[in-house]
Design a protein around this ligand. Structure first.
Ligand code: SF4
Length: 486
């Protein structure tokens, strides 16, 4: 779509809103005069007292014109507030014109960020009631009823955890960037063929990083509130390596008594009794088994080298070890899946009765095979039906949503939602997703987030994404961990 601006140059804000409304369109900034089809003109007039944004959208031979006018702050507002007001005014004019054109509103209305729950959380912390926070989502951001309900439940879970955090607590993430094969929707980098060769040198550096970070954490009197080992697929490691890793964590870090300790056992074909026992005896008490679908043909289409039967076998092994909580992931919108197929997958997962079920919406990541091959996928309406079914069935079965996030390029502009039975909210997921406190991240792909919640600042420190670079950059990584502060 060709874009023409006057009175402003807010490309980023406009493109974010475009992405919600016209995800297939790429913005083009043209020097020609406007007047053709598939064009957007966005004008801003900055008056003494008012900002007026006008959107003119020409599409499929029709023209949609909307205006948004807001009062400027009378007291010579600071530039940050003025910038925010200008962007929001432009986005609203564009949003209204686009909704007139499309005839439907996106599920999350005008909200474009990945963490929509922050909005009601912030409102409540600033003194609003939950009803007022929800009303703001409805009237200002035009969030639909189902999404508001998800966001409000997650906001309550977030505020509950926030009120229980101690100032010296942080969370710990460890990344294991290996998988047996690459799923079709994933842009994950570690090729299966490299795994065996890289695991030993990778673990060597990781153990050094754990020991180094542990010293810094102890010196500063910090306490680890929750641990999450993710990836990749941590259960790609042998039972011995898993046990040694968990043991190293326990030795290096001061851990809160009875802390939540999650290990992702993502791919069922990597799960064995020995590995589960190693996790259990190493202190892991929460595990995630991620079938994504319970249809063999869908598993095959997404590049998984395992069957539904293997998922059920893995489930039995997990049950036999008696973990405190088990999570299972499903994805709505996978290739070759249908609404009825997704419903059957969810029903089957529910019949296993895990404590947590995370329902993802397929996101077409850059570099994924699905995106490169342009595979046909269930459309937004089908994905919507899948998620509606999940929303109703999970609530019927006593599950509540407790954290959610959105990603770019998600089918239909929906979200990923963590659901749980009462009392089984994952502390780590809430703290990490809502950025409630500092998360120290070790290993390849680890992004340490230094959260100063009351100052409203977050700083990110990234380890290299690729295992080879992680091994190569050992010195720098260890030095950064020596200097770690929460
Ligand atoms: S298991 Fe997860 S990390 Fe590994 S390839 Fe599949 S989606 Fe990517």
């Amino acid at each position: 779509m060709k874009l023409f601006f006057s009175g402003h140059n807010d490309k980023y804000a406009v493109e974010q809103t475009m992405l919600i409304l016209f995800p297939q369109e790429r913005p083009e900034y043209s020097l020609e005069a406007p007047g053709g089809d598939n064009e957007l003109e966005l004008h801003l007039h900055t008056g003494v007292s008012f900002l007026t944004a006008s959107a003119v959208l020409r599409r499929n031979g029709r023209t949609f014109h909307r205006q948004c006018r807001v009062r400027r702050s009378p007291d010579g507002t600071d530039s940050v507030t003025e910038d925010r007001l200008r962007r929001r005014t432009l986005q609203r004019a564009l949003y209204w014109a686009a909704v007139d054109c499309l005839g439907v509103e996106p599920p999350w209305g005008m909200l474009s960020g990945v963490r929509p729950v922050k909005l009601p959380v912030r409102a409540v912390q600033n003194g609003a009631t939950f009803a007022q926070a929800e009303a703001e989502m409805r009237t200002v951001y035009r969030v639909t009823e189902t999404r508001r309900s998800l966001a409000m439940d997650c906001a309550k879970a977030s505020l509950k955890v926030k009120s229980s955090l101690l100032p010296n607590e942080i969370s710990l993430y460890i990344g294991i960037p290996f998988c047996p094969t690459r799923c079709a929707y994933c842009s994950f980098v570690s090729a299966a063929g490299q795994t065996n060769r890289l695991i030993a040198p990778y673990l060597h550096v990781l153990h050094e990083e754990i020991a180094t970070a542990g010293v810094a954490v102890k010196e500063q009197g910090l306490l680890i509130r929750s641990v999450y080992i993710g990836g990749g697929t941590p259960t790609t490691l042998s039972a011995r390596d898993l046990f040694d890793l968990l043991q190293a964590i326990r030795v290096a870090f001061p851990l809160k008594p009875n802390l939540e300790f999650t290990v992702e056992a993502g791919r069922p074909d990597t799960i064995t009794r020995e590995k589960l026992q190693a996790i259990k005896s190493g202190g892991g008490n929460r595990i995630s088994v991620n079938p994504q679908s319970m249809s063999d043909h869908v598993l095959c289409a997404m590049g998984r080298a395992h069957s539904v039967k293997q998922i059920l076998t893995a489930w039995e092994l997990v049950q036999a070890e008696g973990f405190t909580a088990v999570n299972m992931d499903l994805i709505a919108g996978l290739p070759q899946d249908s609404v009825s197929g997704f419903e059957t997958s969810l029903d089957q997962v529910l019949s296993l009765s895990p404590e947590n079920i995370t329902v993802h919406t397929l996101a077409l990541k850059r570099g994924s095979r699905l995106r490169e091959e342009g595979t046909r996928l269930p459309g937004g309406e089908e994905v919507s039906q899948m998620l509606d079914y999940a929303w109703n069935r999970l609530r019927q079965e006593g599950f509540s949503p407790y954290y959610l996030y959105r990603q770019k390029f998600m089918s239909g502009g929906f979200e990923n939602v963590g659901w749980c039975k009462l009392g089984f909210e994952s502390d780590y997921n809430i703290c990490m997703m809502e950025e409630l406190h500092t998360v120290l991240s070790l290993g390849a792909g680890g992004v340490t987030k230094q959260v100063r919640y009351h100052e409203g600042t977050i700083r990110r420190f990234s380890n290299p994404k690729y295992p080879q670079e992680y091994i190569r950059d050992r010195e720098r990584i260890l030095e950064e961990k020596r200097c770690f502060t929460p």
